[in-house]
Every structure is written in structure tokens, then in C-alpha cells.
Design a protein around this ligand. Structure first.
Ligand code: BEZ
Length: 386
């Protein structure tokens, strides 16, 4: 076989053609999400959203069919490096997509950095992922923990609250959400009088609720999500605090949870980069397609999964399917405007969405937008040197 024929044979084996260098082999996507535990339903919504975008593209992105490899990360940081390494080394995925839990996402970012694997984070807000750990091939389609917390700090200061107690899980997401909240709230003249926390995913809230009642703050700010958020809102009401001390939160407190929280969540205010009642043509079309495909209403997690696939789509199109061209992939995303159901967003130089944060009020089974709390809010991206 002469040089040309050998090269051609190799190229075909790799799924690459010469004319325009389009890569055609299947793209291996490693989905690392929780399928069990307090965040299980969040993982399902992310996967649904991700698959919906691909289905809308006829099952291919940039001409490449998608092959999925899946692992249940159990929202357990102690298993995260092993789980991500399995996808990268055993399954040889081209891109990692995950996850929900900030501690697990930081381990994924480490594996992505060590192995040069593309990573798109469809939820976990760990500030470091698009801060100190940022890299040309690490992206996030969701938010940084700082963003909804900071927006709520401004809202609560403007609403005249002065003394606030915070309560959350003691791990990166809770700590950083409270830090963002505190930064804006204290800038606005308020004071965080007590920070309460319990280990993730503990839901024995009683002793801490007793402390809140004794401290008698003007209001409470909280970060909880998934099954823990359902229980917290119900226990807050059960302890007799609802109606006495207003409860606010980053929007995860009431997203995907309202069915189970029922009357105990009515009237609560939260801040988030999505709401149920946006009533834009883009969001209405997304909601209809999602409801048709899954017989479920979408939530913020579904949107983030959908947008992770949209980001992959934009990057891949720019490199004609050759995901190895990381610099060109990143350059395309940094210039892009993602046409998200949440509203269009851009991507910062450290690869986190720059986006509007809505102020939402719970009414019935919806988080209704009652305005924009922070317009085009960018994470400060501390520590990113790319
Ligand atoms: C996190 O761990 O970053 C997280 C988990 C659930 C909802 C939002 C953030």
C-alpha cells in the first residue's frame, strides 16, 4: 500500500474525510449524573434535556451520531475520580457531561484536566470549575454557585431585611451560595447574624430550625435542592416558622419540587436563571417538546441539560466534528450566543454563562418570574488564568 492509500485507510478508520476534514465517526459522550440519592431526579431531567436537543438535530451533532456511556455518580465525591476515569480510560469517551453535585464536578474537572478530555458541566455550580480550575476544554451550561446567591442578596437588602440567618448543606455549593448572598446582602446594608449548616445529604433539620426560631431573624436565606429541598420546606412549615420568618432561597429550593412541597411553598421568593412562566416563543416551544417527549414538565435542570447539548453542538460545528481541536472549539463558544429556553446567554472567558437571574414567586405549581433581579450577571471568575 502506498502512502496515500495508507493515509486514506487510516483516515477512514478514524472517521475523518479529507474534503473539508469532516469527522464522521460516532461521538462518545460520557454521561456522569446521579441516578440515585437526593439528586436523582435532577440527573434524569438533565439527561432528558440533553437527549432532547440531540433528537431535534436528527440524532447527530455536526454530522456525528452520538453513543452514550453512563455512570451513576451517586452524588458521592469519594467515588468521583474513579467514575470519571472509567469513562475516560475504559470507555474512551470524547466528552464528559456531568454533573449535579459540586464536589463530584470538581473531581471531574481534575480528571478532565489531567487527561485533556472535554468537559461540559450541566449543573454543579462549584465556583472553582470556571475559576481556579478553568481550562480551555472545560465549560458550564448552568451557573456558578455565586450567581443566584448574589442576586438574592441584592433582592433581600432592597426588600428592607436587616438581620438574616442562612442555612444550607456544608459543602462547596452551600458555602459558595451563602458567600455570594452575604457579599451582596452586606453591601446592601444587611447583616448575616448566623450561618447554620449540616453535612450533605443530611435532612435532620429539627435542631437547626429550633436555632432559627430562637435567633428570630427578619428572614432566612437557604440553599437546598432535590429531595433535601422538599423536606426542608415542609419541615420549616411544620416547625411553625412559615408565615413568621420569611424563607428565601437560591431557586433550586423550589425547582422541580413544587408538586411535593404543595401548600408549604406557596408565595416563596427565589432567584434563578430560569422560571416557569417566561412565555417566550423559544421557551414555549421547548416546554411543549419536552412535555411531549417525556410526559413531564421541564425544570431548570432540563434546560441546563438541553443547553449543554446546544453548547456541544455549537463547538462541534465550528471544528467540523473534530473535538480534538480544543482551541477552535473554545473560541467558537466564547463568541456564541446560546439560544436557551431561559433566554439567550453568552459564555465568559472562563466558560460560565453570563445570564439574567430572575426573581421568582411560587404560585400553584409554578415558579413565576416577577422580573429580572440581575441583568446579564457574570461570575467574577476569581482565579481564572487562561
Ligand atoms: C451543586 O452541588 O452545585 C448543586 C446541586 C444541586 C443544585 C444546584 C447546585
Amino acid at each position: 500500500m502506498n502512502f496515500t492509500r495508507t493515509t486514506l485507510a487510516c483516515a477512514l478508520a478514524l472517521g475523518t474525510t479529507f474534503a473539508g476534514a469532516q469527522t464522521t465517526a460516532k461521538l462518545k459522550v460520557g454521561l456522569m449524573l446521579p441516578a440515585t440519592g437526593t439528586f436523582a431526579s435532577l440527573g434524569t431531567a438533565i439527561e432528558n434535556g440533553f437527549r432532547l436537543h440531540i433528537a431535534e438535530q436528527g440524532g447527530k451533532l455536526a454530522g456525528r451520531e452520538i453513543e452514550f456511556f453512563k455512570v451513576d455518580d451517586e452524588s458521592d465525591p469519594s467515588k468521583a475520580v474513579d467514575n470519571a476515569t472509567k469513562l475516560v480510560s475504559r470507555d474512551k469517551v470524547d466528552v464528559l457531561v456531568g454533573t449535579v453535585h459540586s464536589g463530584v464536578a470538581m473531581a471531574m474537572a481534575k480528571v478532565a484536566k489531567d487527561t485533556g478530555t472535554m468537559l461540559i458541566v450541566p449543573n454543579a455550580g462549584a465556583d472553582a470549575v470556571t475559576g481556579a480550575m478553568c481550562a480551555p476544554h472545560i465549560f458550564r451550561s448552568s451557573f456558578s454557585n455565586w450567581q443566584p446567591g448574589y442576586a438574592m442578596g441584592e433582592v433581600m437588602a432592597k426588600r428592607g431585611h436587616k438581620n438574616v440567618v442562612t442555612i444550607t448543606w456544608k459543602y462547596a455549593a452551600g458555602d459558595e451560595s451563602v458567600r455570594g448572598f452575604r457579599e451582596a446582602f452586606e453591601k446592601g446594608g444587611g447583616k448575616v447574624v448566623k450561618e447554620l449548616a449540616l453535612p450533605f445529604p443530611n435532612v435532620e433539620f429539627q435542631a437547626l430550625l429550633t436555632e432559627i426560631a430562637a435567633a428570630r431573624p427578619d428572614a432566612v436565606y437557604t440553599f437546598f435542592a432535590g429531595g433535601g429541598a422538599v423536606k426542608f420546606v415542609k419541615d420549616y412549615a411544620g416547625a411553625g416558622l412559615r408565615g413568621k420568618i420569611p424563607l428565601y432561597g437560591a431557586g433550586f429550593l423550589t425547582d422541580g419540587t413544587l408538586e411535593a412541597q404543595g401548600a408549604d411553598a406557596q408565595g416563596m421568593f427565589t432567584t434563578l436563571h430560569y422560571a416557569d412562566s417566561l412565555n417566550t416563543a423559544r421557551d414555549n416551544a421547548f416546554r411543549l417538546a419536552y412535555a411531549k417527549a417525556y410526559k413531564l414538565q421541564p425544570d431548570v435542570y432540563a434546560v441546563q441539560g438541553y443547553d449543554a447539548a446546544q453548547m456541544l453542538s455549537v463547538g462541534l460545528a465550528a471544528v467540523k466534528g473534530d473535538i480534538g481541536k480544543k482551541a477552535e472549539f473554545a473560541a467558537a463558544l466564547r463568541k456564541a450566543k446560546i439560544d436557551s429556553p431561559r433566554g439567550p446567554f453568552t459564555i465568559s472567558n472562563s466558560h460560565n454563562p453570563v445570564q439574567d437571574i430572575y426573581l421568582r414567586e411560587v404560585g400553584g405549581k409554578e415558579n413565576k418570574s416577577i422580573g429580572i433581579a440581575s441583568k446579564a450577571l457574570a461570575d467574577p471568575g476569581r482565579g481564572c488564568r487562561m
